[in-house]
Design a protein around this ligand. Structure first.
Ligand code: 13P
Length: 287
C-alpha cells in the first residue's frame, strides 16, 4: 500500500522504534525489499537517489514500477516511495512523477536559502499529499555524487528548519554515507540529544545506516531517531552473493547464466540484510 511517510514515522517515534529506508537501484532491489517488509509485517520506505532515478531512466519509470509492483505482489504493509537527497528541481520532479515522499537536501546552501527553498517545497509537497524531509548539517562521505563533509548540525538551525512544517528532519551527528573508516569517532549522542530537545519531538532521520554498531543504533532510536537509511549494506550483500555464485562457476553450469538464476543469490542476500535491519530497528509487526 503506497502512502506518504508521515504517519508511519509518528507511530515509530511514539512506539520507540525506527522505520528503515532502503535505497533501490532496480527491479530486483525493489522486489526483495517489498517482499521482506511484507513477510515481517513492517512499514518500509523505498529510497531513490537522483543518480539511481536517472539509472532507472527517470522518476516516472520508478514511480510506475513501484506502484505496479506493490499492487502485483499484493503488498498490504505501508510503503513510502521517497526521494533521497533531492535537489530543488529533483524534489519538484518527484512530486509530479507520483512519489509519496521527498527529501530536499538544502544542507549545502546557507541557512537562509535552505529555509526559503524548504518552505516552498513543504507547501508543494503537502498540497499533493506527500511527506517531506529536510536536512541540516551535511552527512559525511559520498552518495551518488552527493558529497558531504560530515558536519554536526547546529541545534538552533535544526529548530529553524523543523519549524517550517517539514515532517521529519535529517541532522548530521557524525554519520557518514558508505563504509565507516577505522578511526571513526562514532555518533555524537550529545549533539543528538540537543537536536532532539530543540526540535519539538519531530521524527529524526539517521543517514549512513551501513556499519553503525547495533548498540549505537538502539541508543539513537531511544534519543528520537525514527527513520534509518541503509543503502551500501544491501549493495555489499548483493555483490558478495553474486561474486560467490560466479566464483563457484555456477553461471557456466547448465543454464546458470539465466539472469533470473544469476541474480537470485544477490536478491536473497538483500532480503537477509533487510530482515536483519528490520529486526534491529524494531519495526516488525508494526504495519
Ligand atoms: P549508507 O549507504 O551508508 O547505508 O547510507 C544510506 C543513506 O544514508 C541514504 O541516504
Amino acid at each position: 500500500m503506497l502512502v506518504n511517510a508521515t504517519n508511519m514515522l509518528l507511530k515509530a517515534r511514539d512506539g520507540h522504534y525506527a522505520v528503515g529506508q532502503f535505497n533501490i537501484n532496480n527491479l530486483e532491489w525493489t522486489k526483495s525489499i517489498l517482499l521482506t517488509a511484507q513477510e515481517l509485517n513492517s512499514p518500509v520506505i523505498l529510497g531513490v537517489s537522483e543518480g539511481a532515478g536517472k539509472y532507472m531512466t527517470g522518476f516516472k519509470t520508478v514511480a510506475a514500477m513501484v506502484k505496479a509492483m506493490d499492487e502485483s505482489l499484493g503488498i498490504t504493509v505501508p510503503v513510502a516511495l521517497h526521494l533521497d537527497h533531492g535537489t530543488y528541481e529533483g524534489a519538484k520532479a518527484c512530486v509530479a512523477a507520483g512519489f509519496t515522499s521527498i527529501m530536499f537536501d538544502g544542507s549545502h546552501y546557507d541557512i537562509e536559502e535552505n529555509v526559503a527553498k524548504t518552505t516552498e517545497l513543504v507547501a508543494l509537497a503537502h498540497d499533493h499529499g506527500l511527506s517531506i524531509e529536510a536536512e541540516v548539517g551535511s552527512i559525511g562521505g559520498e552518495e551518488d555524487g552527493v558529497i558531504g563533509m560530515g558536519e554536526v548540525a547546529d541545534p538552533a538551525q535544526c529548530a529553524m528548519i523543523s519549524s517550517l512544517g517539514i515532517d521529519f528532519l535529517a541532522a548530521g551527528i557524525g554519520n557518514i554515507h558508505g563504509k565507516y573508516p577505522a578511526n571513526w569517532k562514532g555518533l555524537d549522542f550529545d549533539a543528538l540529544d540537543k537536536i532532539h530537545a530543540a526540535t519539538n519531538n519531530i521524527p529524526l532521520v539517521l543517514h549512513g545506516g551501513t556499519g553503525i554498531p547495533d548498540d549505537m543504533i538502539k541508543k539513537a532510536i531511544s534519543l528520537g531517531v525514527s527513520k534509518i537509511n541503509v543503502n551500501t549494506e544491501c549493495q555489499l550483500s548483493f555483490a558478495d552473493a553474486t561474486r560467490k555464485y560466479i566464483e563457484a562457476g555456477k553461471d557456466v553450469q547448465g543454464k546458470g547464466y539465466d539472469p533470473r538464476k544469476l541474480l537470485a543469490p544477490g536478491a536473497e542476500a538483500i532480503k537477509a540484510t533487510v530482515r536483519e535491519k528490520i529486526a534491529l530497528f524494531g519495526s516488525a509487526n508494526k504495519a
